[in-house]
Ligand binder design. Structure first.
Ligand code: FES
Length: 113
């Protein structure tokens, strides 16, 4: 494992359940759920047109068409409410979304890429 410090203070999670940060040119959702931190690719696998930025009860919710993913595993737990009408750049073969181990160190978070 190779943890990399990310400049997110744990204090962020006093007022929010999640935040999106850019790591190595890709958006990563960082969430706190049941007292633990989780990292997950933030681009929705449905049509790839939205960033997963909202987490409720451990589920990241896509703002575009409502698909939901478990932040602990990256597995889809709810389908989108529309089907793509044309082939998309992103597809559901990306499920489960890639997840990352996240740990706290000295008030900041580190992520294992
Ligand atoms: S792009 Fe996320 S549900 Fe459609």
């Amino acid at each position: 494992m190779s943890y990399k410090k990310i400049t997110i203070s744990t204090k962020v999670f006093e007022k929010a359940d999640s935040i999106v940060t850019w790591i190595e040119n890709r958006p990563v959702l960082v969430a706190k759920y049941n007292g633990k931190y989780y990292g997950m690719d933030a681009v929705c696998a449905h049509m790839g047109c939205a960033i997963l930025d909202t987490v409720k009860n451990g589920h990241a919710i896509c703002p575009a068409h409502g698909a939901e993913y478990d932040v602990t595993s990256g597995e889809k737990v709810k389908d989108a409410f529309v089907k793509p009408e044309a082939p998309c750049e992103y597809d559901e073969s990306r499920i489960p979304l890639k997840t990352y181990s996240v740990r706290e160190k000295e008030g900041f978070l580190e992520i294992d890429l």
